[in-house]
Design a protein around this ligand. Structure first.
Ligand code: GLN
Length: 281
């Protein structure tokens, strides 16, 4: 498929798409239902149906719809997750939170985990997939997001170890619905300061739900909310792991320290940005 691959890649590149060759490979692999490594070995024949599908994908991509949302799937950590416009597309930056969480979760022991603002479920489900004795509770204010999370749990065969809760974080009934105290709380809350949203790339601001991005005036609104409700939900010795935006780590650490938790560490992502704040009760 080298000729077709180059054609698609050139079209994407001319439209200013950042990784044209990688995306071209992903498109061909999706449409031809073949592993990405096999694509280069196939000859350049496409059925009319395949050609039509590819053209439709390219049209949407040229309109800057993210490829994940066109194909309806995104690889995160070790797994593929269903995504749509009701959820934030999982970012590679968030994988550092999963890796750090796994270092703190014993292999055999029974553990309980809560994920605030679970979205596609990518963080919680990755943890449950890696720890056979872990039990998860994923909370989201968006019932549409939870439909996606449920689908992902079914695909990964984890539905029997997870409960999805459609609730506002501040709902009085939430604590009654939760099985707590838990060993770990994780969250990738909305953290973009409201005034920065207009300068986000079109791919992000037009296709990720605003409710998953907007962190209020200084981007820290949801951390303050979490700091006021999470400490009583944690077991003594339990951890909370929070994804944070650029330059937010220190402020977020302080917010949670004031709520009585102890800072364990701040971990940078692959781009050397302080991305994950870890505290302990
Ligand atoms: N990391 C996302 C972005 O930069 C934002 C995710 C979030 O607000 N939690 O677009």
């Amino acid at each position: 498929m080298n000729r077709v691959l180059t054609e698609i890649s050139t079209t994407l590149s001319r439209a200013g798409i950042e990784s044209p060759r990688l995306e071209a490979k992903r498109i061909l692999s999706f449409v031809c239902n073949k592993d990405e490594n096999e694509i280069a070995l196939m000859d350049d024949k496409l059925s009319p149906k395949e050609a039509k599908k590819i053209a439709a994908i390219i049209t949407q991509r040229l309109a800057h719809k993210p490829l994940d949302k066109i194909l309806g799937t995104k690889g995160f950590y070790k797994y593929d997750f269903v995504v749509n416009e009701d959820v934030l597309s999982p970012r590679p930056d968030t994988e550092v939170l999963v890796e750090e969480a796994l270092k703190l979760l014993p292999q055999e022991q029974k553990v309980k985990i809560i994920d605030f603002g679970t979205g596609s479920g990518c963080i919680l489900l990755s943890l449950l997939a890696e720890r056979k004795n872990a039990y998860g509770q994923g909370i989201d204010i968006s019932s549409k997001a939870l439909l996606v999370a449920k689908k992902n749990a079914d695909i990964l065969e984890l539905s029997n170890r997870v409960k999805w809760i459609n609730s506002d974080w501040f709902d009085e009934k939430l604590s009654e619905l939760l099985d707590s105290p838990v060993d770990m709380i994780v969250s990738n809350p909305p953290y973009i300061p409201t005034q920065d949203i207009t300068s986000l790339e079109d791919d992000v601001k037009n296709y990720d739900p605003m409710s998953a991005l907007d962190g209020g005036k200084d981007g820290l609104y949801h951390y303050r909310q979490l700091a006021s409700i999470t400490p009583p939900l944690l077991q003594t010795g339990g951890h909370i792991l929070l994804e944070v935006g650029i330059n937010q780590a220190q402020a977020v650490a302080e917010i949670f320290e004031q709520a009585g938790l102890n800072l364990v560490k701040i971990v940078a992502d692959l781009g050397q940005i302080e991305r994950c704040v870890i505290l302990k009760k």
